[in-house]
Structures are given as structure tokens and as C-alpha cells.
Design a protein around this ligand. Structure first.
Ligand SMILES: Cc1cc2nc3c(=O)[nH]c(=O)nc-3n(C[C@H](O)[C@H](O)[C@H](O)COP(=O)(O)OP(=O)(O)OC[C@H]3O[C@@H](n4cnc5c(N)ncnc54)[C@H](O)[C@@H]3O)c2cc1C
Ligand SMILES: NC(=O)c1ccc[n+]([C@@H]2O[C@H](COP(=O)([O-])OP(=O)(O)OC[C@H]3O[C@@H](n4cnc5c(N)ncnc54)[C@H](OP(=O)(O)O)[C@@H]3O)[C@@H](O)[C@H]2O)c1
Length: 280
């Protein structure tokens, strides 16, 4: 039976009219155990339908942090206002929301099929709010003192949608300060509507986030390979992708011809190189 719990909205940070970071604090004790990459289900009575509406939200906070769930939420406005997000964006700090315990399989693979550690570089590709699970991955890997190389690539339409930019930039600075042997982290973002005047100050990567994988005209190596300083292969890199299905497809279109396989089509030895979760 599905058990609905109560939580209190403890913090709201409006990034823009339709994009927010929200923290919800369980009313009856600490955040339960979960794995980085899982989602929590929020539930709210929809007054017009007279029934509960339940929706999944990737948890951006890490499992070691037990005070609240942090979520990155887009208010769905078109073609019709989303049933739950419209209610969530009307919530005020201190108000209650129902939640169902975390679940999901979009978690970090830390072992190869034979049980040996998977030490490959982690390339985490998030489109829009698809960044949320990778904030959880990153904070979790930091909390357990992981030495794996982590590259976060985030794609957004507008510069003010680069949620967590400050945190991720600081984590890269920390990697530079402490050295890669201690914390091996890099973050790059791409803006997909660079021609719009709001984005005129953007000097970084342009195009959708999957453009990090494709060599620019006249180059042999991709921006990602330039960043990590070597050719990307199935031996040295594993990929995690969260976003629109078009983002997942754009990444797979590039990786599959190079021999990368997903967890849904493992090799005969049980190994795989790419995991994804799409918005459908
Ligand atoms: C595993 C998972 C993780 C997720 N994580 C996140 C996350 O971290 N952040 C996040 O923001 N979202 C996340 N989502 C999406 C989230 O679960 C919801 O789907 C989303 O917030 C929209 O919910 P809603 O009730 O507001 O919209 P809905 O009411 O369900 O509407 C969804 C879409 O359908 C359209 N629609 C609804 N009714 C009609 C109609 N009658 N005719 C035509 N169109 C219609 C709406 O306009 C909208 O575009 C996740 C989803 C999954 C499966
Ligand atoms: N795990 C999940 O299922 C999950 C997680 C988070 C969010 N969601 C849901 O996804 C919806 C919107 O997400 P968002 O607001 O985060 O995304 P968004 O901000 O609209 O888009 C993010 C990036 O993806 C690009 N993009 C848009 N459509 C694409 C496509 N078809 N193929 C490839 N790239 C595409 C955008 O490029 P352009 O500038 O060119 O449009 C932009 O660079 C919301 O309804 C949210 O609730 C689901």
C-alpha cells in the first residue's frame, strides 16, 4: 500500500517565474534512506478534479543530508497549466505537502558486472531540470570522499536557468585547489538559445548540451575530449543522461556508433556504459 507522509515546505528559491528550488522537510522525522538519483513523489489534492495528483521529482539533495529533500522544479505552463506544478508554485514556506518515499533505478553504478570497482570517469549530462539527480550524485560522491573523475555538463535555454551554477563552479574551484587526487570535478554549461539578447553575455559552449560530444567543424576532438584531455572510450568513461528524450537520443546517436551500450542493452558480460532517465 502506498503510504503518504506529510512534509512542510521549508525553503523556496525562485530562480525565475517558472523555475524554483524547493526544500521540503518531513514532519515525522529525518529524511529516509535513499540513493542518489532517486525521486520522491509529491501528492496534492486537485480541487477541480477532486482527487489526489501524484508526480515524481528527482531529489537534488544527497542521501547523507537528512533534514530536507531539495527539488528543482519547473512550473509547466503550456499548453495547459500543469496540475501539480501550478499548485506547487502557489505554495508558501510553512505550508504542507504530501510525499511518498523515494524510489527509482537511476542511480550510480559503482561496480562492473564481475564485482570489481567501476573506476571510469563519470560524465553527467543534464538538460534543464534534468540536472537535479546529478546534484545529488555530486554531493553524495563528495560526501563519501570518492576519487572518481566527475564531469557535469548542463544544458539550458537561458543563462538564468543554469541552476546550481554557483555551487558547481565552487566545486570545480575546490578541485583545482585541492588537486585531482583529492577531488576530481569539472563543470561546463551550454546555452541553447545564444542568439537571444538575454543570453548576450554568454561566452561558453553554445547549442544543446549534447553538442559537448561532437567535434566542432575542423576539429578531431569534441569539447568534452578537450576538457578531459583524452579520447573518450568505453574503457575510460561512463555516461549518465537526464532530460528530454531528444537530449537522450542526441547523446546516444553519438555514443552508440562508438560502441557504448546502455543498461537496457547490456553486453553479454553484463557490463554497460550509459544510463539515462528521460522526461518522456
Ligand atoms: C522520474 C521522474 C523524475 C522527475 N523529476 C522532475 C524534476 O526533478 N523536476 C521537474 O520539474 N519535473 C520532474 N519530473 C516531471 C514531473 O513528474 C511532472 O510530470 C511535471 O512536474 C508536470 O506535472 P504537472 O502535474 O504540473 O503537469 P500535468 O498536469 O501532468 O501536465 C503535463 C503536461 O501535459 C499537458 N496537459 C495536461 N492536460 C492536458 C490536456 N487535457 N490537453 C493537452 N495537454 C495537457 C500540460 O500542459 C503539460 O505540458 C519528473 C518525472 C519523472 C517521471
Ligand atoms: N526525470 C524526468 O522525467 C524529469 C526530470 C526533470 C524535469 N522533467 C520535466 O521536463 C519538462 C521540461 O524540462 P525543463 O524545463 O527542465 O527543460 P527545458 O528548460 O525546457 O530545456 C532544457 C534544455 O533542453 C533542450 N531541449 C528542449 N527540448 C528538447 C528536445 N526535444 N530535444 C533535445 N533538447 C531539447 C532545450 O533547448 P531549446 O532551448 O532549444 O529548447 C534546453 O537546452 C518539465 O515538464 C519537467 O517537469 C522530467
Amino acid at each position: 500500500m502506498v503510504v503518504e507522509n506529510k512534509a512542510t515546505v521549508s525553503f523556496i528559491r525562485i530562480l525565475k517565474e517558472d523555475l524554483s528550488i524547493m526544500r521540503i522537510k518531513p514532519n515525522d522525522g529525518p529524511v529516509p534512506d535513499f540513493k542518489a538519483g532517486q525521486f520522491v513523489t509529491l501528492a496534492h489534492m486537485n480541487p477541480t478534479e477532486g482527487k489526489m495528483v501524484r508526480r515524481a521529482y528527482s531529489i537534488a539533495s544527497n542521501p547523507e543530508q537528512k533534514k530536507f529533500f531539495e527539488l528543482l522544479i519547473r512550473w509547466v505552463r503550456k499548453p495547459l497549466p500543469g496540475r501539480l506544478t501550478t499548485q506547487l508554485f502557489n505554495k508558501k514556506e510553512g505550508e504542507e505537502i504530501s510525499w511518498i518515499k523515494p524510489t527509482g533505478i537511476f542511480t550510480i553504478n559503482d561496480k562492473m558486472a564481475d564485482g570489481s570497482p567501476d573506476n571510469r570517469r563519470l560524465v553527467l549530462i543534464g538538460g534543464g531540470t534534468g540536472l537535479a539527480p546529478f546534484i545529488s550524485y555530486t554531493l553524495h560522491l563528495k560526501a563519501i570522499n570518492s576519487k572518481r573523475e566527475i564531469v557535469v555538463l548542463h544544458g539550458a535555454s537561458y543563462v538564468d536557468e543554469l541552476s546550481y551554477r554557483e555551487l558547481l563552479t565552487d566545486l570545480e574551484e575546490e578541485s583545482l585547489d585541492k588537486g585531482k587526487d583529492n577531488w576530481n570535478f569539472r563543470y561546463r554549461a551550454s546555452i541553447s538559445r545564444p542568439q537571444e539578447s538575454f543570453n548576450r553575455s554568454w561566452g561558453g559552449q553554445k547549442g544543446r548540451v549534447e553538442s559537448f560530444l561532437r567535434p566542432k567543424p575542423g576539429r578531431d576532438i569534441s569539447p568534452l575530449e578537450e576538457l578531459v584531455g583524452e579520447k573518450i572510450t568505453t574503457e575510460n568513461t561512463s555516461f549518465y543522461v537526464c532530460g528530454w528524450q531528444g537530449t537522450v537520443d542526441g547523446v546516444l546517436d553519438y555514443l552508440v556508433p562508438k560502441g557504448f551500450v546502455t543498461d537496457r542493452q547490456k553486453r553479454s558480460d553484463g557490463n554497460y556504459d550509459v544510463k539515462f532517465e528521460s522526461y518522456g
